[in-house]
Write a protein that binds this ligand. Structure first.
Ligand code: ADP
Ligand code: MG
Length: 642
């Protein structure tokens, strides 16, 4: 029964074979009792023991569940059925009582089984993790428990093995199947320097990986935590329907009493109690949510709970961050310009020294550029500070946008400004580098629009949503990116707090805003939005925790699916509530009061309603079946060669 089913901690309880055996035995006993009663001319007295024995097996737990609920002063749906069973017994209808209890128990099992399948779809994301890793120390291999491997160690992964820990490939080349985490069906090529995720499958070659995080902080461990969390964020409709469910019991009791008074037939009243049980109503939301979360997980879309799924279905405006979100997270320094008598290398060296501790993609691009030029940035970094949405400061070096320079009172001369305007006119993001209060050069970075961005934005628009670009970058590159991606509303030069305010203003106008960001300088906006969506970044996992939904493949491709499945989930819940929860139940109650349904037929009809709810919700699971293509291993390899 649902009472027990929900007691057991959400949908975690697995399909227990003991329950199946117990129910089967109860079914056999009830059938034997029914058969003996109907086939034998004068059944011996012991035949009455058959339905009673059956009732002990199925009715017992239902009544115990109701008693437990009452003891905690929480009405649950077992009560109505319990009263019905007891009343049927009092009326001397042992066989009916046994059959009703059996059908209700069987219905509960079917519901549980169907919902479990949805749960398992979510759990399949967490492919069985290896327990040991093959560590390599000074060229010697040693088997060690995964939990004991620390960051910085080297582990070897042979073809066909599941990657035990997150890290960077340091030797060897291979193809990795990441479908278990990102939903990406095609394996991707991995070479030294590439990041690999725990829980993904090494498909081809033997690789050595430098571990970047111990297992407890790894991607899989975090996803597991997110999914656990997902169940605690229950959707609003669920809370509403639970409130109504509390009203159900007294209302149905009154209806049953009224039926008895009006017709004088206690059997009809008992039938009203059986069909009036709000099982379908209670199941309407959780089944839909679990199925949708499962479908989303299979598509590489982690949604942190039903609440956010519901919210995604309501979204009518999508605000995008630019750097690292609409544009690729990986970008390159395109131009370096130096003022006065410095060389470009000296400008890059100063900037890279300041950016050394930066998590921002811009900072990483500058540090990488220094590496490419063979420049070693000064190791000693004095008082590094990230100036959110503007740049960084380390010692007397400043790297960042115009605003940062203005804030620190740095005069930008005519020629750096002209140069910056020219670079920005080409759509580049331009950073000033200042030393001791004077601009010493410019570094311009070209960020490419993600290839999928224009089609994703077109799709979102076609779904009737308004799209905006909110960026901390200057107006020129912002406009260039917006034009390339097909966004026509742009707001530039925004600090993280400005983005948050922009989201809040739209919300104040009654809009439901989704904010899509990469977690760098947009945390406040992600938190403020109706739904915060972030892109999983392989280098830092922060995005996983700050957002309500995470695009696990690190691209935008799955974004329309998030809104789509949100909308479908809402629709499914409404269908479940209105059609099965209310209309179907009301019809069954009327038929019972009119005497059309017997208690046994009532139990059948009632459970059919619940099972239909579960099946209707399970349709959502199918949404996760369409794989979205992205260049995989062969194309990647070709791109590398080119
Ligand atoms: P977006 O809103 O487009 O994602 P951010 O808010 O992350 O951009 O950054 C806004 C601007 O701040 C960047 O365009 C850049 O000029 C400057 N900036 C941010 N972080 C850094 C950094 N680590 N180094 C230099 N400049 C930075
Ligand atoms: Mg950003």
């Amino acid at each position: 029964m649902i009472g027990r089913y929900r007691e057991s901690g959400g949908f975690r309880s697995l399909f227990r074979s003991r329950d199946v055996l117990r129910t089967a035995l109860a079914g056999a006993l009830a059938a034997a009792g029914l058969g003996a009663d109907n086939l034998l001319a004068s059944p011996p007295a012991w035949v009455a023991a058959l339905p009673l024995a059956s009732l002990v097996l199925t009715g017992g737990p239902i009544i115990a569940g109701a008693a437990r609920g009452l003891a905690r002063l929480r009405s649950n749906v077992d009560e109505l059925v319990s009263i019905a069973i007891v009343a049927t017994l009092v009326l001397g209808e042992y066989n009916s009582a046994a059959v009703v209890a059996f059908i209700m128990t069987l219905g509960g099992l079917i519901e549980e089984y169907t919902s479990d399948r949805a749960r398992r779809a979510i759990e399949s994301v967490m492919r069985s993790q290896p327990l040991t890793a093959l560590m390599v120390e000074d060229g010697v291999e040693r088997e060690a428990p995964v939990s004991s491997v620390e960051a910085g160690s080297t582990v070897r992964i042979r073809p066909g093995e599941v990657i035990p820990l997150d890290g960077t490939v340091c030797r060897g080349e291979t193809c990795v199947d990441e479908s278990s985490v990102t939903g990406e069906p095609l394996p991707g090529a991995k070479a030294p320097g590439d990041y690999v995720l725990s829980g993904t499958l090494n498909a081809e070659g033997c690789i050595d990986v430098t571990v970047s995080r111990p297992a407890r902080d790894g991607t899989i461990a975090r996803i597991a935590r997110l999914i656990d969390e997902a169940e605690s964020h229950r959707p609003r409709v669920l809370r509403v329907s639970e409130r109504y469910a509390r009203w159900f019991t007294p209302v149905i009791l009154l209806l049953a009493a009224a039926t008895w008074l009006a017709t004088g037939d206690p059997v009809r009243a008992v039938t009203v109690l059986i069909v009036g049980c709000p099982c379908a109503f209670v199941l309407a939301t959780p089944t839909a949510v679990v199925a949708a979360l499962g479908a989303a997980a299979r598509m590489g879309l982690m949604v942190k709970g039903g609440k956010f799924l519901e919210a995604a279905g309501e979204v009518d405006q999508v605000d995008f961050d630019k750097t690292g979100t609409l544009t690729e997270a990986q970008f390159e320094v395109a131009r370096v310009w130096s003022a006065g008598n410095l060389t470009g290398d000296e400008v890059v060296a100063a900037a890279a020294g300041a950016e050394f501790g930066s998590e921002h993609p811009i900072g990483r691009a500058i540090v990488e550029e220094a590496g490419k030029r063979g420049i070693r940035p000064p190791v000693e970094i004095t008082d590094f500070a990230a100036e959110k949405g503007m740049g960084v400061r380390a010692g007397d070096v400043l790297v960042g946008n115009r605003r940062l320079m203005e804030m620190h009172g740095v005069e930008i001369g005519r020629s750096p400004l002209d140069r910056a305007d020219a670079h920005q006119g080409e759509g580049m993001t331009t950073l000033f580098v200042a030393l001791k209060g004077a601009v010493i050069g410019l570094i311009s970075i070209r960020d490419r629009i993600r290839p999928e961005a224009p089609s994703v934005i077109a799709e979102i628009r076609a779904m009737g949503m308004r799209v905006r670009l909110l960026t901390g970058d200057h107006a020129e590159p912002a406009r260039a990116a917006a034009a390339a991606a097909g966004v026509d509303e742009v707001r530039a030069s925004m600090l993280p707090g400005d983005k948050q305010i922009a989201v809040r203003e739209s919300a104040g106008l009654g809009r439901r805003v989704a904010f899509v960001g990469d977690g760098a300088n947009d945390g406040p906006a992600l938190a403020e939005a109706h739904v915060g969506v972030s892109l999983a970044s392989r280098r830092n996992n922060v995005a996983l925790e700050t957002a309500d939904a995470v695009l696990m493949d690190g691209g935008l491709g799955r974004l329309p699916f998030l809104f789509e499945i949100g909308r479908r989930t809402r629709r499914t819940i409404m269908q479940n509530l209105l059609f099965f929860g209310l209309a179907f139940n009301a019809a069954m109650i009327s038929l019972s009061a009119l005497g059309v349904l017997s208690p046994v037929l009532g139990a059948l009809a009632h459970n059919a309603g619940s099972v239909l709810v579960v099946l209707n919700s399970a349709r959502l699971l199918r949404l996760g079946r369409v794989p979205l293509g992205r260049p995989g291993c062969p194309a990647d390899a070709a791109a590398r060669a080119a």
